[in-house]
Write a protein that binds this ligand. Structure first.
Ligand SMILES: [Zn+2]
Length: 344
């Protein structure tokens, strides 16, 4: 076995993998969208398995209550105010210097998804919301990129592999997006760490099967697991593709990709916070912004973000022009605050 393969010897030994398929993995690109409970686990296994290039995209920074389940982060990351994507990149690159790891602090939305995921051979879902998942589904069906849906809440988790034109897509299964507030989230119902580890592990196993071309081995069902009740259920969805009139994979109507431009606001569930994105803001020089704001607020910043507080609102501003404003759940108030202090 050549030296570059030696570190993967235990994986190469598997009858399903071998040297040739390991080399395919080493020339593949995986994109992990969302680096929380699921994303930290899946990114870690992808890097260890030797996937040649791994991009990790996340818009958020690390909070203390993340450490219970987000296995790549520690207290030092919090004290350094690191965004999740940057902290993850640093840890993962230490694990395997032979692969390229890129942490991207950004929001995945209709205007950014093309650029952020353009090299992807596979996309792994590490998000926590259906809005982004439906967007990923639109993008993947349109561009023929396989992706692995994963979600967990409480002690339960679900997983599903989506290979465009071969399997039903997410929209075949969930026809419309659940209304905001109608589904529980980790912030309202809690989540136990191990279920995220289990679901993310299944996601990576599916990703490795797909990347190595072993489509016969790919799970064609929805897998549902409850780690507390020790239950595992497989829901057969094989007939869905033929009977559904899916707007995405049958009618090719990609409505989540075709949104309008301008200022976008998203309520961040459970945080009393709103994310504001100005599509045309371009990049912000955080040092300049600090100079502008220092007379009216307490400002702190590093290379990745700038934080300041005015009255009851805390702003976290990222170099890509995005801001998270806490202390309000009102989208229009957040828009107003953004214009007022960031001048756009
Ligand atoms: Zn479909």
């Amino acid at each position: 076995m050549s030296q570059s393969l030696e570190r993967y010897s235990r994986q190469v030994l598997l009858q399903y993998i071998g040297e040739d398929r390991q080399k395919i993995l080493m020339n593949s690109t995986a994109v992990v969208i969302g680096c929380g409970a699921l994303g930290t686990v899946s990114a870690s296994y992808l890097v260890r398995a030797g996937i040649g290039q791994i991009k990790i995209i996340d818009r958020d920074f690390i909070e203390e209550n993340n450490l219970q389940r987000q296995v790549l982060f520690d207290e030092k990351d919090i004290s350094e105010n690191l965004p999740k994507a940057i902290a993850a990149q640093r840890k993962l690159q230490l694990i395997n210097s032979q692969v390229k790891v890129e942490g991207i602090v950004s929001d995945v939305n209709y205007s950014s998804i093309d650029e952020l995921t353009k090299d992807a051979d596979i996309i792994i879902d590490g998000t926590d919301n259906f809005e982004t998942r439906f967007l990923i589904n639109d993008y993947c069906v349109k561009s023929s990129v396989p992706w692995i849906y994963g979600a967990c809440i409480g002690s339960r988790g679900v997983m599903m592999s989506i290979i465009p034109s071969k399997t039903p897509c997410l929209r075949c299964v969930f026809e419309t997006m659940p209304q905001a507030g109608s589904t529980s989230t980790c912030d309202t119902a809690g989540v136990i760490g191990p279920i995220a580890g289990i679901i993310a592990s299944f996601q990576v196993a599916e990703a490795i099967k797909i990347l190595t071309g072993d489509y016969a081995a790919v799970n064609k069902n929805i897998l549902e697991i409850d780690v507390w009740e020790t239950e595992l259920r497989q829901i057969d969805i094989s007939e869905l593709k033929d009977i559904s009139n899916c707007p995405t994979c049958k009618l090719h109507n990609y409505e989540f990709l075709d949104a309008e431009s301008g200022i976008m606001t998203t309520f961040l569930c459970g945080k009393n916070a709103v994310q504001v994105i100005h599509r045309n803001s371009g990049s912000i020089d955080l040092r300049q912004l600090e100079l502008r704001l220092r007379s009216i607020a307490d400002v702190s910043f590093n290379d990745f973000m700038l934080k300041f507080k005015v009255k009851n609102h805390t702003f976290t501003v990222f170099p890509d022009g995005r801001a998270i404003i806490t202390g309000t759940a009102d989208l229009s108030i957040a828009k107003g605050l953004y214009s007022k202090y960031l001048g756009m």
